[in-house]
Design a protein around this ligand. Structure first.
Ligand SMILES: *Cc1c(COP(=O)(O)O)cnc(C)c1O
Length: 359
């Protein structure tokens, strides 16, 4: 199977779709350079899992490679295959490692598995003796990875470890004492286990300071315009804007409702625009109450409940007609705070119905 196998075929993209993502190459590159600079002497990689956090890994990877990124992190072998052409000659790590049924794909791929468990280590030693791999150490998150004791047990002898890594659980809170404990535990394992490079910090971890960078950092969220930690506010640039087409404009008399359940009742006669976006496009119901679209410089608040594919906004007094495009208000940290959803969920939930236009 080649990298053009069925798993790599992108979902159908309708170039005339009434919904579009406007993606900013310069902002993406600038964000990577900011994290690279904050990584000091460490190399700066990029997490491009979940289709580049929803923005499109095949478009993200070449832009980051142009900026200087050489190390990419995906979740599965299917994701590695989907960007095989774009990552030719670059380093790709598969974070979920290698199950028995992954072996054919893993052995056919230049990407490396991140070995997370004792079983995975044994499997890779048996199936691919001498082939490079990465190893994840659990330093306190209790998610994926070998314990420090397992790493010290001789289990790793004979492996060719390119990157030894661990992952921070609470890096978005610079005051959390677990950050320092994880850093110390990881430094101790890294001092004892021979590996090409050591890697600990995600976006928020990079913001914790130079002693978290080790040899290689792995930002994701911040590259795509998320604000991973207080220190990154005002530094990270938004990468994706959303515009939705107006499918209909209607006058709503006083006392009439808008949308499912009649949760909005017009207090006076208003004009509503019905936009082509809904929760199936990642505009979740929880974004509705504080949400809005922009018609030029007029803020048009959301009316009522978000539908699967539609959103009503109040365009009273604004110059809005059927066929216009309105920009959806979208400040990731503010939307996350208002909705209780994480910035990660807001990015990865975008769905597949957008035209994606990179500038
Ligand atoms: C997703 C992920 C990253 C990137 O994290 P961000 O918080 O998005 O910067 C880094 N390392 C691992 C192991 C991950 O799973």
């Amino acid at each position: 199977m080649t990298h053009r196998g069925s798993a790599a075929i992108p979902p159908v993209v309708n170039p005339a779709a009434p919904l579009r993502l406007l993606l900013d190459s310069a902002a993406l590159a600038a964000n990577w350079r900011w994290f690279a600079q904050r990584s000091g002497t460490a190399a700066c990689g990029a997490a491009v899992k979940a289709d580049g956090y929803g923005l499109g890994a095949a478009e993200v990877v070449p832009r980051l490679a142009d900026a200087g990124c050489r190390d990419f992190f995906v979740t599965t072998w299917g994701e590695a295959r989907a960007i095989a052409a774009e990552t030719a000659g670059l380093s790709v790590s598969v974070l979920h490692g290698v199950r028995e049924e992954d072996l054919p794909a893993a052995l056919a791929s230049p990407a490396r598995p991140v070995l997370n468990s004792v079983n995975m280590v044994a499997r890779w030693k048996a199936a691919a003796p001498g082939r490079p791999c990465d190893v994840m150490i659990d330093t306190g998150m209790n998610r994926l990875g070998l314990s420090a004791a397992e790493a010290a047990s001789g289990l790793l002898d004979g492996l060719r470890i390119e990157t030894l890594m661990s992952h921070l659980a609470c890096a978005d809170d610079p005051g959390d004492a677990l950050n320092g404990r994880q850093r110390e535990r990881f430094a101790a394992v890294a001092a004892a286990v021979p590996a090409g490079r050591a890697s600990l910090a995600n976006s928020a971890g990079i913001c914790l300071g130079a002693d978290y960078a080790f040899d290689l950092t792995r930002p994701g969220l911040g590259l795509y315009g998320g604000v991973p930690a207080p220190g990154a506010a005002g530094q990270v640039r938004p990468v994706a804007r959303i515009e939705a087409a107006v499918l209909q404009v209607r006058d709503v008399p006083a006392g009439e409702i808008v949308g499912y359940g009649g949760t909005f009742v017009a207090p006076a006669a208003i004009r509503a625009a019905i936009l082509n976006i809904g929760y199936a496009d990642g505009y979740f119901r929880r974004l509705g109450p504080a949400g809005a679209a922009w018609a030029g410089s007029t803020r048009c608040p959301v009316l009522g409940l978000v539908s699967m594919d539609l959103l009503a906004v109040n365009v009273t007094g604004a110059d809005v007609a059927e066929g216009d495009w309105l920009e959806i208000e979208r400040d990731l940290p503010a939307a996350a705070a208002a909705s209780g959803l994480s910035q990660y969920e807001l990015l990865t939930g975008l769905g597949h119905r957008y035209q994606r236009r990179w500038t």
